[in-house]
Design a protein around this ligand. Sequence first.
Ligand code: HEC
Length: 186
Amino acid sequence: MKRVHTFGVIAGLTFALLAVVLPAQAAETTPVVSAKQQKSVAFGKKLYLEKANCVFCHGWAADGRGHERSQVGAPSLRTTELDRETLEEVIRCGRPGTGMPFHDRFAYTDDRCYGSTREDMGKDLPPASDRGLQSREILSVIDYLEARIIGKPPITVAECVEFWGRHNTQCDEVATLEKQRAAQTN
Ligand code: HEC
């Protein structure tokens, strides 16, 4: 009897899970490998926009159009040529001598980053990010960048609306940029 009961519970849970996962998958326009991967991409997007605040410098579309107050010249991540390992290093350790912050809260307390401590870095010590990121969070941010950002052409109005879930002032800006690009190619 106990066995039957357990089976019932597992079957019930599986159906409940499918009911949640399947519609979410159907709504995706970009094909993503697995539900687990998809979850990581969504989590990475949230971290990019909120906890890590990459958006402040790199912009919501990661095209380098950050907040006007950021003023550090953050590059577009759409055109980056860094591999996964280097992306991880840059996010964990920042870029010495630039405004790119480190997100590993223990960076430069030992030699884990570029073999250097805080003292070794001196004035080249990159800024610390406000809230830091755990290793698995950094990997999710990279999953997001690889799935949605790196190597992608400039964002379109349609993608902007999909990103924000509605047409907003950001999408008006994208429309202006689209027109400028069209004028340049003509
Ligand atoms: C305070 C501003 C700021 C924030 C916040 C910030 N960055 Fe940066 N980032 C920069 C700057 C400036 C550079 C360029 C560094 C240089 O000149 O080498 C950079 C460079 C990078 C690079 C290297 C790109 C390349 O092709 O060399 C990556 C990757 C990157 N940032 C990812 C991120 C991610 C992911 C986040 C959030 C977790 C983030 N950055 C948060 C300012 C910022």
